[in-house]
Design a protein around this ligand. Structure first.
Ligand SMILES: [Zn+2]
Length: 440
């Protein structure tokens, strides 16, 4: 069977499996599957069965991630990890995260069936992370942080909306909360991480393209901003007002303008005004601000411009501003070598002409990148819609992406990343091919 024919068949299985997993939900109407929940245990049973059918040896790691492994040319070699997440947001779609896990299983199955894994200079591990979205305990990327060796035991004290602590949830799931950190991988047992994911944005659709690589996962910072003015009667003349809400409005309009000019993405999604009377000038306005940028530097420069603009508005309107940073994450650069393997994979698929996109959503790769080189393959989703039941992908796009993803794994082997991974990951040119596998 040609690779394209295999990928077509695989895409149909992959989408069927996404449908099956969508049935494992805690909602009567809609999809929700959270970390360490009974629905996640069911998802692991089903996905684990598919993994074993594919020829992978499975286990659930101490952090509650599902892992399937196939050895390379000899047992015990460091692994190339193919992963994404099996948890969801509330009222989710079928594909965010899930598509990446089931696609990785199909790719592994194909490489096993073709006899290729037995020639590879690395093992392959397919990982379904238990938590990426943070929907149950608030903290995000728990599964991938544990794999990267960045687990914090203080997270065990976090509780869900029913008051169940993560510590108790681990015990109920059949895992020992004292041993979560043992899920950690190391540079001795792993060589890199690839993730297949829906774009969760509209750029591929706009460009009429099925696939792209990811250049970086955006740097992000979030603030709560409070504007303090003076509440008074609507009768107050304009030159005597200290209107916190109109100042906030000016600042929000300025944020949009600055972010657009800077090529970043900003959002003010929450705002409140006090005291909140139709005939009372607002004395206080509070709003959220989330800014994402391709690099930490660009994010920080954008914030500098935003705060300078906001200070000017505050002076003009006779109000003051307080700001509290509630979240900050550095940008994650995808590894040039792994990215080139993905882009070469795209070149051999129907989609051709590979290009890279910045990922503004966060992904497991951000956490894994604290240990390993990472790269991602994006596939188009309808309207760019995600975190919604309306999430949708085209079967021909999934076929194209599956073919490119399988080829990416082969490209890594061909460029011999296992024997001298340090050299290979940092400078693909110095690597010498060890296998000439061409079956895919
Ligand atoms: Zn995701």
């Amino acid at each position: 069977m040609s690779t394209a024919a295999w990928a077509e068949q695989a895409a149909s299985t992959i989408l069927e499996r996404c449908d099956r997993l969508a049935e494992l939900t805690s909602l009567n109407n809609g999809i929700e599957r959270t970390y360490l929940s009974p629905q996640m245990a069911q998802a692991y049973d089903l996905t684990g069965t598919w993994m074993r059918q594919a020829g992978l040896a499975t286990h659930i790691d101490p952090a509650g991630n599902l892992v399937g492994r196939v050895e390379g040319i000899k047992p015990g070699l460091p692994a190339l990890i193919l992963g994404s997440h099996l948890d969801s947001v509330p009222d989710a779609g079928k594909y965010d995260g899930i598509l990446g896990v089931v696609t990785a299983i199909s790719v592994a199955e194909h490489l096993i069936d073709s006899g290729i894994t037995a020639t590879l200079p690395f093992a392959i591990e397919v990982v379904g992370f238990g938590d990426e979205e943070g929907a149950r305990f608030g903290a995000t990327l728990l599964g991938s942080y544990a794999l990267a060796g960045r687990w914090k035991n203080e997270w065990l004290d976090l509780a869900d909306k029913n008051g169940v602590t993560m510590r108790d949830a681990f015990t109920e799931f059949g895992l020992d909360p004292q041993h979560v950190a043992e899920a950690a991988h190391s540079l001795e047992d792993s060589i890199g991480y690839l993730e297949f994911h829906i774009e969760q944005g509209p750029i591929l659709e706009q460009r009429n393209r099925a696939l792209s690589s990811v250049t970086s996962i955006a740097a992000a910072s979030r603030y709560m901003v409070t504007i303090n003015g003076l509440s008074c009667h609507i009768a107050t003349p304009y030159n005597l007002r200290h209107d916190a809400l109109t100042a906030a409005a000016d600042i929000i309009a300025g944020i949009d303008r600055i972010s657009l000019e800077a090529g970043t993405r900003a959002n003010v999604g929450e705002i409140s005004a006090e005291p909140g009377g139709v005939n009372v000038i607002a004395g206080k306005a509070t709003f959220s601000l989330d800014v994402r940028a391709g690099t930490d530097e660009l994010r920080d420069e954008t914030f500098d411009r935003i705060w300078a603009m906001a200070d000017q508005v505050c002076t003009q309107r006779g109000v003051t501003m307080e700001k509290i940073c509630i979240h900050t994450a550095s940008g994650t650069q995808c590894d040039p070598f792994l990215r080139s393997c993905i882009e070469d994979g795209i070149e051999t698929s129907e989609d051709k002409d590979a290009f890279g996109l910045i990922s503004y959503p966060g992904h497991d790769g951000m956490a894994v990148a604290e240990l390993l080189p990472i790269a991602m393959l994006y596939v188009r989703c309808k309207g760019g819609i995600s975190h919604s039941p309306l999430e949708s992908v085209r079967e021909d796009d999934v076929a194209c992406g599956t073919q490119a993803f399988a080829q990416a794994v082969l490209n890594i082997a061909r460029k011999n990343c296992s024997n001298d991974k340090q050299n290979t990951m940092n400078a693909a040119d110095t690597a010498t091919p060890v296998t000439t596998t061409t079956a895919a």
